[in-house]
Design a protein around this ligand. Structure first.
Ligand SMILES: Cc1ncc(COP(=O)(O)O)c(C=O)c1O
Length: 394
């Protein structure tokens, strides 16, 4: 049987990580993999997470199964964090999932059940796992323009023109905030125009929000998602806790389905539980329990929010430092987009050849599409990167 398998293309990011590990240079800089790193290059366990784990370890009396949707308290806490009061709880079905990826997978499975002929529209570019899962599930897929290679901002005219091609019932995937891989985001005014377009077309939004708190702040980063949630009868929202709680390996995420009314919610809830059952039965609990503990305890929550703010402001400071350094070296404003981008990533906007040149000549590792993980920098490596960018003639 196994002889029938064909080799799959290597994951580009994992291949890059392996290359980085083998590189003997001591001044190498890893801007590849998408995890947050502090100034010393560590991905720390957040203080509130440590404390919540300590409490769970001390207090937990059973490891019996939770429900198929996970612990309902997690669902409530996450709904409030992401959606606040933008839609009544009576309209929101929710299941815990293994990470944001699990939520996206379950969202797509739900779409496949409810609207098998729908085309799923993705920004070009998007997180590579989006098209990969859609292809794997054999679903229809289309792209809308997103990134302007010149300005390194959003190609809004291209985006709106491409969305004219949506058919009624199609699904449009939107990044809730901190677009991965570009770092370029729609303004709220532009998002309102996208919402109006999707409403006019009868499309269903699927929001992927994986970086709430990494851009402009916990609430500011959720504004677009909340507006979308309150503007349609049906919206799917896949939220990840991997980054903003730093619980990557615990696999903590949630899929929320905004339904038209309570009856539709009940149907969606039952279907989501069924989908969990078919795929992995009960979702992982530890990370979800940590998140719930933090969000429902005022002291832990305040500490988590404070540490998340430090993280966010640290990334903003690195962005500003890099833009300033490049301004000084090039005597131009053409890299100001780096300070305007939000989230962990920025797309530098250069060729794969230049990306390879940065790696070979300067030991700077970024993904081939020139996505840089800003959190991979620190105050000392920013000038090294800026000089390398200029030396490479980018
Ligand atoms: C855009 C986007 N969506 C979803 C995810 C899901 O992350 P996880 O499955 O680790 O929670 C990621 C992680 O890199 C992401 O960048």
């Amino acid at each position: 049987m196994l002889e029938n398998l064909t080799a799959l293309p290597a994951d580009k990011i994992l291949a890059l990580m392996a290359k980085y590990k083998e590189d003997p240079r001591t001044d190498k800089v890893d801007l590849g993999v998408g995890v947050y790193k502090d100034a010393s290059g560590n991905t720390p366990v957040m203080r509130a997470v440590k404390e919540a784990e300590r409490r769970i370890l001390a207090d937990q009396t059973s490891k019996a199964y939770t429900g198929l949707a996970g612990d309902p308290a997690f669902g409530t806490a996450m709904r409030e964090l992401v959606l606040a009061d933008s839609v009544p709880a009576e309209r929101v079905a929710a299941v815990a999932t293994p990470g944001g990826t699990g939520a996206i997978r379950q969202a797509l499975e739900l779409i496949k059940m409810a609207a098998p002929d729908a085309t799923v529209w993705l920004s070009n570019p998007t997180w590579p796992n989006h098209p990969s899962i859609i292809k794997y599930l054999g679903m229809k897929m289309a792209e809308y323009r997103y990134f302007d290679e010149e300005t390194r901002g959003v190609d809004f005219d291209g985006l709106m023109a491409d969305l004219d091609g949506i058919a009624a019932g199609d699904v449009v995937l939107l990044h809730g905030c901190c677009h991965n891989p570009t770092g370029a985001n729609l303004t709220l005014d532009q998002m309102d125009q996208v919402i109006a377009k999707l409403q006019a077309k009868g499309a269903v939004p699927l929001v992927d929000i994986a970086y709430q708190g990494f851009g402009d702040g916990l609430d500011a980063d959720a504004v677009a998602t909340r507006r979308i949630a309150s503007s349609f009868d049906n919206v799917l929202i896949a939220a990840s806790c991997s980054k903003n709680f730093g619980v990557y390996r615990e696999r903590t995420g949630i899929l929320m389905a905004v339904a038209k009314d309570a009856d539709q919610k009940a149907l969606a809830q039952q279907t989501l539980a069924y989908l969990n059952r078919q795929n992995y039965s009960f979702p992982p609990d530890h990370g979800a329990r940590v998140v719930t503990t933090i969000l429902t305890d005022p002291e832990l929550r305040a500490d988590w929010e404070a540490e998340l703010e430090e993280t966010r402001n640290g990334m903003l400071a690195l962005r500003q430092q890099l833009a300033d350094e490049l301004k000084r070296l090039t005597n131009s404003d053409r890299f100001n987009f780096l300070a305007d981008h939000r989230g962990m990533f920025s797309r530098l906007g250069t060729s794969p050849e230049k990306v390879e040149q940065l790696r070979a000549e300067h030991g700077i590792y970024m993904v081939g599409d020139s996505r840089m993980n800003i959190a991979g920098l620190n105050a000392k490596t920013v000038p090294i990167l800026a000089k390398a960018i200029v030396d490479a003639g980018i």
